[in-house]
Design a protein around this ligand. Structure first.
Ligand SMILES: [Zn+2]
Length: 259
């Protein structure tokens, strides 16, 4: 493991353009449940007998906002009740040392930002849980915690419309701006892609890895279990992000800070 970590650290040290892709495994290390791991689900179905993907969908938010919000609120409470972990802080530190290092995350908890990742090099492809905004008048509402302790769904102070978080629900489109920034970075080329705690089934997760590999770049994965990417990447570090990332960053010297 140590040798493999050093190999990844050396590749990062040499590289300027780097992409770190993060998924649910990183937040799970902070104690957050994945949406499939929310409380009260039985075989992935809600108390109402629905698959969680249906309960947390755009159509459900329109049809039955209270039901959709019941599960959004669980995610919200979990996020508010946990904190970024050592892996988030290690990534932010790496971005400080490497001005060409970007983060692409599937997570909606906002922990990268909280840990100090610069927003201009952070692509939140599934959006974020806060701030809420009104679906009728567009007004923003920063009080997620307060709303979660009141009857759901939360309502707009200005017009009484139903509030929603700026997340991508199931059956909704990915944010255009996030997709645009990702593909703009991909076109410029990447020297290293590091996939952390994601099972990597979406094309926008797999594609940066495959493209970079084909172009002769270095690819690595940090995940305790094997994924579809494990056989594709140069190095698979089989461990938790929480343990591996701080160790990895310790092996990267500060050279190149002012590039
Ligand atoms: Zn409103």
């Amino acid at each position: 493991m140590e040798q493999a970590i050093i190999r990844v650290a050396q590749a990062i040290e040499r590289a300027e353009r780097i992409l770190i892709i993060t998924g649910a495994g990183l937040s799970a290390d902070s104690g957050l449940p994945t949406y499939r791991g929310l409380g009260g689900l039985y075989n992935g179905r809600t108390a109402e007998g629905l698959p969680i993907e249906t309960a947390l969908s755009g159509p459900m938010l329109r049809r039955d906002p209270a039901l959709c919000w019941k599960y959004l609120a669980e995610l919200g409470k979990a996020c508010l009740g946990a904190r970024p972990n050592a892996a988030h802080f290690a990534i932010a530190e790496l971005q400080r040392r490497k001005p060409g290092c970007w983060v692409l995350t599937q997570n909606i908890d906002g922990y990268h930002r909280a840990a100090g990742s610069p927003p201009q090099r952070l692509i939140e492809i599934h959006g974020e849980l806060a701030p809420l905004y009104c679906q009728s008048c567009g007004a923003e509402d920063p009080q997620l915690a307060e709303h979660l302790s009141r009857p759901l769904p939360p309502k707009c102070r200005q017009c009484g419309g139903i509030l929603r978080p700026p997340v991508v629900l199931f059956e909704e489109m990915l944010p255009e701006q996030a997709i645009d920034s990702l593909y703009a970075e991909l076109r410029k080329g990447l020297a290293v892609v590091l996939s952390v705690g994601t099972s990597a089934s979406f094309p926008y997760i797999v594609e940066p890895v495959l493209r970079t590999r084909q172009a002769g770049g270095f690819t690595a994965e940090i995940n305790p279990t094997r994924t579809d990417l494990s056989d594709v990447v140069d190095v698979h570090l089989a461990g938790r992000a929480l343990d591996v990332l701080p160790e990895l960053v310790r092996h990267i010297s500060g050279h190149g800070i002012c590039k």
